[in-house]
Design a protein around this ligand. Sequence first.
Ligand SMILES: Nc1nc2c(ncn2[C@@H]2O[C@H](COP(=O)(O)OP(=O)(O)OP(=O)(O)O)[C@@H](O)[C@H]2O)c(=O)[nH]1
Ligand SMILES: [Zn+2]
Length: 308
Amino acid sequence: MTGLVIKNTGSWYLVRSEEGKDIECKLKGNFRLKEIKSTNPISVGDKVSFLANEDGTGLITEIFDRKNYIIRRSSNLSKHSHIIGANLDLCFLIVTVTKPITSTVFIDRFLASAEAYRVPVNLLFNKVDLYDEDETEYMNALIDLYSYIGYPCHKISALNNIGLDELKSNLKDKITLFSGHSGVGKSTLINALVPESKLKTGAISDYHGKGMHTTTFSEMMELAQGGFIIDTPGIKGFGTVDMVPEEIGHYFPEIFKFSHDCRFNNCIHINEPGCAVREAVENHYISESRYKSYLNILEDETNGKYRK
Ligand SMILES: Nc1nc2c(ncn2[C@@H]2O[C@H](COP(=O)(O)OP(=O)(O)OP(=O)(O)O)[C@@H](O)[C@H]2O)c(=O)[nH]1
Ligand SMILES: [Zn+2]
């Protein structure tokens, strides 16, 4: 039988079978994951095969290939990673232009790592009820910029139930990851979308409070209209992606597009002659802020070796 892993407690998994039944499963004894070293071989979002035991439990025998997954390092000392979620259909990045302000560098770093993990992102501009004229103008400029690049944007107020119906229809039957700076209203939004999630969020923090293996537990929250959401407490981005310098531009769709016309095919768009990307920045086809974020990542990933 096959099913979807919707909860991982560290010692057992809850698998939603194709018939819609939830079955507690353990891993087959010799189960090994090929691709990455991780503290959890199976994560929420994984599709698995399992054998049904007579007592109603199950035994996971096989994991299906993932279309994507996101990880974080278990700790600085450990080489092992922890898989937060697999087979994500969508990611919602919640941003605010005030209280707190989300910087474009933060947004662009997040978008670049999502591109690297091949997860489509929508930007949710939350707290629109608070914005004055200038802030609204700034938000609209960002919306123009990001929708032009190809990232759908939504104006919402989690607190005042503005724009949430449209979100709900976007979430239907998908696995969606929610992310954002602390204070942007992620919990408020999740509670508005999944009213019964309050209790579960509490359960997770209790578990964390005990200082146990804080990363071994994860659960997808089910939406009434179908679909699941994954919260990412304390995760600012998609974890470390090791990007080589020439690759960083690939994760900025508009930079990538112009880079085909650079004279050198290993151009990193700093000061090479015949760089079509720099020309596009000068002619305002690529925004200054996006180019600045690109340089920022490039400098960081190379420990300052490449700096404009
Ligand atoms: N005015 C207004 N305030 C909001 C809105 N959404 C959330 N807030 C407020 O913003 C504050 C932070 O909201 P949370 O939902 O706790 O934010 P969070 O992103 O979960 O923050 P962490 O728990 O630190 O990760 C709270 O005081 C919320 O009431 C909104 O749409 N409008
Ligand atoms: Zn170039």
